[in-house]
Design a protein around this ligand. Structure first.
Ligand code: UDX
Ligand code: ADP
Length: 459
């Protein structure tokens, strides 16, 4: 079949894979190829067991794979054949040298730019999908235009706002699509080509075009604002626990103000995921680089409160269980950084598991999708941990349950049966406030929510 355009995506991860699957699904007239240096990952994308778990993803891949969606490892050939190239390689936080712990590690991204330059034989539009520090596209332009070849490259920024667990819904029905370009004639022409792709399913008024730098910075700023809301509500949850106010009541009351809005006000054990901390640290680094010390400190506070919330949660567990966890069995309900994903990057559960083991507790972890990742994350501690898929088996003989991920299944378990299986006194620490606390108390549990008075049977 003759396709209208050949689109390539370099990087077949959480962003590249689902995003390209959606473009392929909505645009049968385009040929979409996704490549990666990791051959195992490409093999998995071509198999029945995809490397990323997202509700609805498998169905879309099944409908498009082999028709207009292809996963390949021949990067040079695919670069040659494409007109439009999305770059969605990983940009983790640097853990060495200047900016360690804050700045983005751009080595994978830069290698990709050099590979594109090496193999390109015709003009290309190169689109930054990965989250990058503001003004990175300038470096990309410079790499692409250096050397002997005289090929026209136009760099666009098109940050991805999908959230894990709802990626397919977010891609299908985005709040907005953001496209940044150079404000030049060739920049506008390239931008229009990308608008045309999204316009196949996204209403025109939701496709926002800006200059390159606004687009790059908006992605960092959006994540910083979202994380800031969580740190704000978590900070208030600490005050609730001291004052007998109830964080869910407070969240409802403030969220009804249309200027504040009700979303993203759920108190928790702290935010995780591959983006929030990384992007804020990146923003902090940029602010320091430009001499904006006060601005850097302001955003750093969001991460500080997040660390504090995780620490507070484990300290509350220790205090509630008579200040000793040594030899006690604690079951963690959920390990993923949020529900409906197997992803455990930056999950608060890692910190909590490590702290509990430091107190010499024995840990049993259960999670519907994240057990394999949990085993890798906690490899250094595996002699203190058991992993069990079945929550009823996992709680056997445990002193406490710590609910860390808001999976729906944990709401509908038979807690009477669970209570019978546990050591007494039995504790539940609901790190997501999703359980029916008074019902659990009636059953006999001592219940410790976040930002609410506990329910205990102790005099
Ligand atoms: C985030 C952004 O939402 C998305 O737009 C961006 O593209 C990538 O980063 P993601 O990290 O996948 O997405 O998940 P998100 O739903 O934002 O949750 C992040 C963390 O915050 C999770 O650990 C979640 O449990 C926590 N959270 C979220 C809360 O603790 N309370 C809330 O009210 C919302
Ligand atoms: P994200 O969450 O941003 O999608 P991931 O880590 O899930 O990040 O995915 C990034 C992918 O990019 C990985 O599969 C990695 O192997 C791939 N990658 C990194 N560098 C290159 C490169 N130079 N060429 C092709 N793929 C790359």
């Amino acid at each position: 079949m003759n396709f209208k355009k050949n689109i390539l995506c370099i990087g077949a991860g959480y962003v590249g894979g689902p995003t390209m699957a959606m473009i392929a699904y909505k645009c049968p007239q385009y040929k979409i190829t996704v490549v990666d240096i990791n051959e195992d990952k490409i093999r998995a994308w071509n198999s029945e067991s995809l490397p990323v778990y997202e509700p609805g993803l498998y169905e879309i891949v099944k409908k498009t794979r082999g028709k207009n969606l292809f996963f390949d490892t021949n990067i040079p050939k695919c670069i040659k054949e494409s007109e439009i190239i999305f770059v969605s390689v990983n940009t983790p936080t640097k853990d060495y040298g200047v900016g360690a712990g804050q700045a983005a590690d751009l080595q994978y991204w830069e290698k990709t730019a050099r590979t594109i330059r090496e193999y390109a034989e015709s003009p290309k539009i190169v689109i930054e999908k990965s989250t990058l520090p503001v003004r990175t596209s300038l470096a990309m332009e410079r790499i692409l235009s250096s050397g002997k070849k005289n090929i026209a490259f136009e760099v666009l920024s098109n940050p991805e706002f999908l959230a894990e667990g709802t990626a397919i819904r977010d891609l299908e029905n985005p709040d907005r699509v953001l496209i940044g370009s150079r404000e030049t004639e060739s920049g506008y022409i390239a931008r229009e080509q990308l608008v045309e792709i999204y316009a196949n399913w996204v209403p025109k008024e939701k496709i926002l075009t800006t200059n390159l730098w606004s687009s790059e910075l908006s992605k960092l700023a959006a994540n910083a604002f979202l994380a800031q809301r969580i740190s704000s509500i978590n900070a208030i949850s600490a005050l609730c626990e001291k004052t007998e106010a109830n964080i869910d009541e407070v969240a409802t009351a403030i969220g009804m103000d249309a200027r504040i809005g009700s979303k993203f006000l759920k108190a928790s054990i702290g935010f995780g995921g591959s983006c929030f901390k990384k992007d804020i640290m990146n923003l902090v680094y940029l602010c320091r680089f430009y001499g904006l010390k006060e601005v850097a400190e302001y955003w750093e506070g969001v991460v500080r409160i997040n660390e504090y919330q995780k620490e507070r949660f484990t300290r509350n567990m220790l205090n509630a269980m008579f200040n000793t966890l040594a030899g006690k069995k604690i079951c963690l309900f959920g390990f993923a950084f949020k529900a409906n994903t197997g992803d455990t990057r930056e999950t608060p559960s890692i910190f909590i598991a490590e702290k509990l083991i430091e107190e010499r507790a024995n840990i049993i972890i259960t999670d519907p999708k994240a057990l394999e990742n949990a085993k890798n994350d906690l490899g250094h501690l595996n002699s203190h941990i058991e992993y069990m898929k079945d929550p009823y088996k996992a709680v056997q003989g445990c002193d406490a349950i710590a609910l860390l991920t808001e999976w729906d299944i944990y709401k509908s378990l038979d807690y009477r049966r669970i209570f019978e299986l546990m050591t007494k006194p039995s504790f539940i620490f609901d790190g997501r406030n999703i359980l029916n606390h008074s019902e659990l108390y009636e059953i006999g549990f001592n219940v410790f929510p976040i930002g609410k008075p506990p329910f205990t049977h102790f005099k």
